[in-house]
Write a protein that binds this ligand. Structure first.
Ligand code: ATP
Length: 365
């Protein structure tokens, strides 16, 4: 069990490239933190620094009140589960799992007991005599987890552990990881570029962009109140729609005007000053509904359908705003009788609009 504190943690590689620009984060005991962000944003660098596999250029890493910046990986009492499993091919599952215990000088009988107990916990009992090449991808991943669990580390680190598995198995394994992590009560940091995986696993999410932490919060908080356009576009699937708009703070009621002339009754951000200002309007696809022609009111968006994607439970409608070039995606319930070329009205949920500054991308509220 452990708490972690990262203070102004920075990584500059020997070639002078700074991959992490001063990260601050506190991780509570037993918490599952998921670090998410696009390729190259510094997720793996951060994780490897926690593990001790990458040196810390500046700042401080504290585990349970102890500064560990200069501790070797083995001394940090952290177990890492990798994407490629990193199993020893010539050893049986049982020996793979017992390896770290053997290195620690734990007697054979106790090793055996711990390995069997862990194998039961994660459903590996019948596979203990096999070698890694005799296992499926999912089973190998399970062994990699078992090997980490058996060590009873204070912290678990996961580096995209599910990316080599097929979609169905990924869903199953991520539920299992979540269940196990809570059952063991172990603190964990999990890196992925898959935002759905991130949303479903995390107690709190850390969204990274270009070597910086953009926002930290519960999945729902990030979904409902993204602090920046970047976070807004990254969390949620399909991604949020962004439209250029004008904020007219002098009016009561109609406060947002789109270039096509549509005016939306949007809650005015407190930071808005009198006058007109360009803003970036964000609308999630699931917050647009198709409105029958007879019910169309001011503020509904007139669109022409360009593509329809029926997904079964719902349908994605890709459409272009009339009088303006922007494309929007709407996620509507069920199978819709909508066809390419149709003209439709889409109604944004006025209570769930997001406004961002067009220059900095920061949320306006
Ligand atoms: P991915 O999802 O693709 O694995 P990531 O978010 O994990 O990406 P990192 O592997 O942490 O990203 O890399 C962050 C940045 O640091 C990248 O621009 C990468 O090219 C750079 N980088 C990584 N390792 C080194 C290194 N040893 N020397 C110089 N630059 C590096």
């Amino acid at each position: 069990m452990a708490t972690l504190r990262l203070s102004a943690l920075r990584k500059t590689y020997p070639n002078g490239f700074t991959a992490l620009h001063g990260a601050d984060l506190e991780i509570a005991d037993g918490e599952l933190i998921v670090v998410v962000g696009p390729s190259g944003c510094g997720k793996s660098t951060l994780l490897r620094m926690l593990a001790g596999l990458e040196s810390i250029s500046d700042g401080e890493l504290v585990i349970d009140d102890r500064r560990v910046n200069d501790l070797e990986p083995a001394q940090r009492d952290i177990a890492m589960v990798f994407q490629n499993y990193a199993l020893y091919p010539h050893m049986s599952v049982a020996d793979n799992m017992a390896y770290a215990l053997k290195n620690r000088g734990i007697p054979k009988a106790e090793r055996r007991r711990k390995v069997e107990e862990t194998a039961r916990l994660i459903g590996l009992e019948d596979l203990l005599d096999r070698r890694p090449k005799q296992l499926s991808g999912g089973q190998r991943q399970r062994v990699a987890m078992g090997r980490a669990i058996v060590r009873e580390p204070r912290v678990f680190l996961f580096d995209e552990p599910l990316s080599n598995l097929d979609a169905k198995l990924r869903v199953q394994m991520r539920l299992e990881i979540r269940r196990l992590q809570k059952r063991l009560g172990v603190t964990a940091v999990y890196v992925t570029h898959d935002q759905v995986e991130a949303m479903t696993l995390a107690d709190r999410l850390v969204v990274m962009n270009g070597g910086r932490i953009e926002q930290v919060g519960t999945p729902m908080h990030l979904y409902e109140r993204p602090a920046s356009r970047f976070v807004a576009g990254f969390i949620g699937s399909p991604a949020m729609n962004f439209l250029g708009a004008r904020l007219d703070a002098r009016r009561a009621g109609d406060t947002l005007t789109l270039p096509c002339g549509t005016r939306l009754a949007a809650p005015l951000p407190a930071s808005a000053t009198a006058g007109e200002a360009p803003v970036c309007l964000g609308i999630r696809p699931e917050h647009l509904t198709v409105v029958p022609e007879v019910d169309v009111i001011d503020g509904d968006l007139s669109v022409r359908v360009e593509l329809v994607e029926p997904l079964g439970a719902d349908t994605l409608v890709h459409a272009r705003l009339e009088g303006q070039d922007d494309l929007v995606v709407a996620r509507v319930d069920g199978i819709r009788a909508v066809a390419e070329g149709d003209r439709l009205a889409l109604r944004p949920d006025a209570g769930r609009l997001h406004l961002f500054a067009p220059d900095t991308g920061r949320r306006l509220d």
